[in-house]
Each structure stands twice: as C-alpha cells, then as structure tokens.
Design a protein around this ligand. Structure first.
Ligand code: ADP
Ligand code: MG
Length: 567
C-alpha cells in the first residue's frame, strides 16, 4: 500500500557520482570505510541525544555496526543501530550534497580526469562512494523514537525512489547491490581485511557473523565442542585518543584523521596529548595537507569535535581554536565540562578558555617543530594556510612572538615569489650595524620587487622582505618587533639607515644636495597641495623620484584596503 515516490538528485550529485565512479576505480575499497564512518557518526549522535532522553535506546544501548554479505543475492549490507534518519533527512542527506564548499568544488572541475580525481580527494567522498562498487543501493532507515521507516533506492543515475516501509528496530541498513565484476567484496576475508585496514579505530564494534561450528573430533580422538554462530567484533573498538600514544601507529593516526576530519587526504602532522592537573582533557589535533575550498567563507563551520568523558557532544566546536588557526582539525575530550554543555555555555567559560589556551600553544609548537625539522612539509603548510596564519599577530597578542617565528616571506635575498624566508633567517643575514628588519608592501609581488624604494638597499646589499598579500599591511601594523629588532617599512618617511651610512657617503650626499639647490622648492610649488612635502633623498639610485608616506600616515596599501571595505 505504501506509495513510491520518485525524486531527482540535485545536479551536483549526478556530476559527483559520475566523477567518483570514474576516478576512484583504483581505490574501490574505500566505500566500506565511508559507510562504517557514517555508522559510527550515527552512533555518536544517538548517544548524545540519549543523554537527555534515555528512552531513545529502546532497550538496546549496545551500539554497533554489522557487515554481512549474501553471495546469492550479490549484496553487501552495512547495518547500524544508530540515530537513523527521517524521510526529510533522507532527502536532504542522500539526494543533495550538503557539504560546504560544494559550489567552489564544482567550479574547480576541469573535465580533465586526472586533475579532477585529485580534487575529489580534497572534497571527500562519503555516502555516494557506495556507487563505486554497487550499481544499485537500497537504504532502509528508521529514526530513533519514530515508528515509520523509509526506504531509499537508487541506481545512481539521476533519480531515487522513496517509500514508507516496516523496519523492526531503529537505525540504518545500507544494502549494496554489487556490480557484476565486484564479487571480491562478497568474500568475508576481503571485508575483514578492509575493516582492519581503515576502521580499526572506530570506537563502536564493527561486527561480522561467525558461522556456527559443529562438534568434531581432534587428531587424537578428543572432542572439540560445537560453537554457536555469533556476531563478533573485528575491530579494536576503543576510542583511539584514549589509547597511549606509544601504542598508536602513524597509520592509525592517519586513518583516524580521515574519519574525524572528513578528509580523504592524509594529514601533514598531528599532536596527541593528555593534559592532567587543574583542567583535564585529551586533545588530538591535526594539520591538514590541503585547504578546504571554503576556507575564506565567513559562514564556514570550523572547529574541533567535542567529547565529554568519551561521549560525543558536538561537531565544529569553534570555541577551542582562535580564528587564525581555523584550519586545525581534530578532537577534544574534556573531563571537566558537564555532559549537557551547550554552545552558549562554552562561549563564556573558564574551562573553555584554559583548553583553548593549551590547544593554541600546542598547535604553535607543532608548527614550529615542523618548520625546524621538516622544512619541506612546512612549506606545503605555509603555501596552503600562510594567509590565515597572518591574521595571528592582530588576533592573538599574547602569542605574537611565537606566531612571528612561523611567518614566511619573500625577500630580495632570492627575489622569488615563494614565501620561504623566516624572520630568524633574515636576522642571521643582517649586515653589521643593521638594527632593523626592512620590508616593503605593494599590490603585487612584481610591484614589490621592482619598487624604487629598494634601490639603495640593493646597492648596499641589505635584504628587504617583499610583501604583496592583502593582509600583509594589516599584519605589519600589529608587528612592531621580532627578537628585539624593529620592523621598518622602506616606503615610510625619512628612512634612517643609521650606521649603515658611512662618513664618506654622507659627505658626498651633502655635496650633491648643494648641486641641485632650489629644485626641491620648484617641484613643491608646481605640485602645491597635492603633496605634503617634497624632500631630497639618497635612497634612490636609478629612479629620479618616488612617492612616500609620512611615518604617521596610512600607507597606500592600507588606504586601498580601507577603500575596498567601504571606508
Ligand atoms: P558526511 O559523513 O561527511 O556528512 P556523507 O556523504 O558520508 O557525508 O553522509 C551524508 C549524511 O547522510 C550524513 O551527514 C548523515 O546525516 C547521513 N547519513 C549517512 N549515513 C548515515 C547513517 N548510517 N545513519 C544516519 N545518517 C546517515
Ligand atoms: Mg561520511
């Protein structure tokens, strides 16, 4: 009697399915990781809701996921007793792509298969990866606390059907109708090995059915007793972050990252710490390799997964990381926060502040270590996230020095646009008698590199940092010194090169000034109000003149920035 309804996929889903099937054929087995990961998320969500309403368990609080294969029907079923989905949720989750950054992702597709398969790695795959191995997928799901169940079915070709069905218990069954040549996934050992490889860290049991064994006789005639068939966990099923650091392998950390970070790529690095004392918590923090598409989107969700005493509380708890570290992924497990903690409570809370402080300095230390020990990886990091980190000196005054250490710049030392010079390196190369860190900010790297203000510095062999990012000017307005060396913009006012000017040059300069006496006044008269002052300079060697700003005035970059935000 249940009427069946046919609905169309969002256009992007069709594109995604197509792309996935064609670009992931060499790594098909990941479909199981994605589906088990979803089942684990569903268990987390139920456990959280059950904190308020224990009835939701309906007598079954042993959350687990079960995998089974039917060789005759050629199906693999992944079945969980987690939160389940309502009809609405099914349509939203399995008919559209709810991920943020979707639009950017599709804009970036080039049509070139090789390139696009790289992109999909950054995007993450999720539920739709089922279609890599299945030519049809059935989902039967019943939301905890609801009577009705829904069946979703699709061949992955543009539409799906929905029908109301009976389901004895809450949770979700995903039934994969395998493609003709994917029979390997019906083999129990194959499924087991995939689970061990990708899902060992999942904190609920991942079970497979062990067939019963009849009573038999051993080689010496002794009786081997019969064993009943039973579901048996094939993963470790303990939350990874609760284990001792020394017992977790790099591989496990990396797989766990893909689960918590909803990322397909491996992380660059991570830090796992148990903090004891006044505030007690465990943090597992990862630096991704790739920036998400929507890193600059203001509405983007970011933050850590929050657990309280091992119970999942929320995704994207943004209160534990400052905004300039919003690319950090991972989780926090607090012993002190109450289980009924809400975003509002987190907002203004001593425990939150203490954890945030601890996590911030962990991340800064982790980056510092990477910069020292693995400069190439650090460069990858900087190229992806440097612009975000540049917001740091303005946002986090207490860590200014630590952040400054992490900054990388272009400079006249190499004249390359890659930002790879640290302030420590700059200081090491400073000339005798040089007491300032010189820099120039311009609209583009080319403009910075060919700034006429640089002439005297090039002549004297003094290194100058070249900056061209929109945030640079703003950042530099918050950085005054590093290692007790002042920063000095070479475009500002009456730049004093101090001890770097020797006596002889000073004399020569005075003489040349006499030679052109009166010129400055004449220019001043011609330009009138258009300028504040016309001044004689020794800073140019090839160009006849240049425009500078007064020490206390806004620089030209800053003026443009202010204009662009409507000031
Ligand atoms: P992600 O897990 O990154 O959100 P997926 O494509 O893997 O993306 O899943 C999409 C959404 O479908 C999930 O966010 C969840 O709301 C829903 N979903 C998928 N599988 C399940 C499941 N087994 N139980 C409950 N909800 C699920
Ligand atoms: Mg998922």
């Amino acid at each position: 009697t249940a009427q069946k309804e046919t609905l169309g996929f969002q256009t992007e889903v069709k594109q995604l399915l197509n792309l996935m099937i064609h670009s992931l054929y060499s790594n098909k087995e990941i479909f199981l990781r994605e589906l088990v990961s979803n089942a684990s998320d569903a268990a987390d969500k139920l456990r959280f809701l059950a904190l308020q309403n224990g009835d939701l368990y309906a007598g079954d609080a042993n959350l687990r996921v079960r995998i089974s294969a039917d060789k005759d029907a050629k199906t693999v079923t992944i079945s969980d007793n987690g939160i389940g989905m309502t009809r609405e949720e099914v349509i939203n989750s399995l008919g559209t792509i709810a991920k943020s950054g979707t639009a950017e992702f599709f804009q970036n597709l080039s049509g070139d298969q090789a390139k696009d398969s790289q992109l999909i790695g950054q995007f993450g795959v999720g539920f739709y990866s089922a279609f890599i191995v299945a030519d049809a997928v059935t989902v039967v799901t019943r939301k905890a606390g609801e009577e009705k169940a829904v069946e979703w079915h699709s061949k992955g070709e543009g539409e799906f059907t929905l029908a109301e069905v009976e389901k004895a218990s809450r949770g979700t069954d995903i039934i994969l109708h395998l493609r003709e040549d994917e029979g390997e996934f019906l083999e129990e050992y194959r499924l087991r090995s995939i689970v061990t490889k990708y899902s060992d860290h999942i904190s609920i049991p991942v079970e497979m059915y062990k067939q019963p064994v009849e009573e038999s006789e051993g080689p010496d005639g002794e009786k081997i007793p019969a064993q009943p068939g039973e579901w048996e966990a094939i993963n470790r099923a303990t939350a990874l972050w609760t284990r001792d650091k020394s017992e977790v392998s790099d591989e496990e950390y990396k797989e766990f990252y893909k689960h918590v970070g909803h990322d397909w790529e491996e992380p660059l690095t991570w830090a796992h710490n148990k903090v004891e004392g006044k505030t007690e918590y465990t943090s597992l923090l990862y630096i991704p390799k790739k920036a998400p598409f929507d890193l600059w989107n203001r509405d983007r969700q970011s933050g850590l997964k929050l657990y309280v005493q091992r119970v999942f509380i929320m995704d994207d708890a943004e209160q534990f990381m400052p905004s300039y570290l919003r690319f950090v992924k991972g989780l926090l497990d607090s012993n002190d926060l109450p289980l009924n903690v809400s975003r509002e409570i987190l907002q203004d809370n001593k425990i939150t502040q203490a954890i945030r402080k601890g996590c911030t300095s962990r991340v800064l230390k982790m980056l510092d270590r990477m910069g020292k020990n693995k400069p190439e990886e650090y460069q990858t990091f900087w190229n992806e996230f440097g612009k975000v980190l540049k917001e740091g000196p303005a946002e986090d005054i207490s860590n200014k020095e630590a952040i400054a250490k992490l900054l990388r710049f272009s400079s006249t030392h190499t004249d390359e646009s890659t930002e790879n010079v640290s302030l420590e390196q700059y200081i090491e190369r400073m000339k005798d008698g040089q007491d300032k860190i010189y820099y120039v900010v311009a609209d583009s790297f080319e403009a910075a590199k060919s700034s006429p203000h640089l002439e005297i510095f090039r002549k004297k062999g003094i290194e100058v940092l070249l900056m061209a990012d929109r945030v640079d000017e703003w950042m530099m307005s918050h950085l005054t010194e590093f290692n007790e060396k002042q920063f000095a913009s070479i475009t500002r006012g009456d730049l004093d090169l101090g001890d770097l000017d020797d006596e002889e040059t000073k004399k020569a300069q005075e003489e040349s000034e006499k030679e052109v006496e009166g010129l400055v006044e004449r220019i001043q008269t011609v330009l009138g109000d258009k300028v504040k002052e016309v001044r004689f300079t020794h800073r140019l060697t090839d160009s006849p003149a240049c425009v500078v700003v007064d020490d206390n005035d806004m620089s030209s970059q800053m003026q443009k920035l202010m204009e662009s935000v409507g000031q």
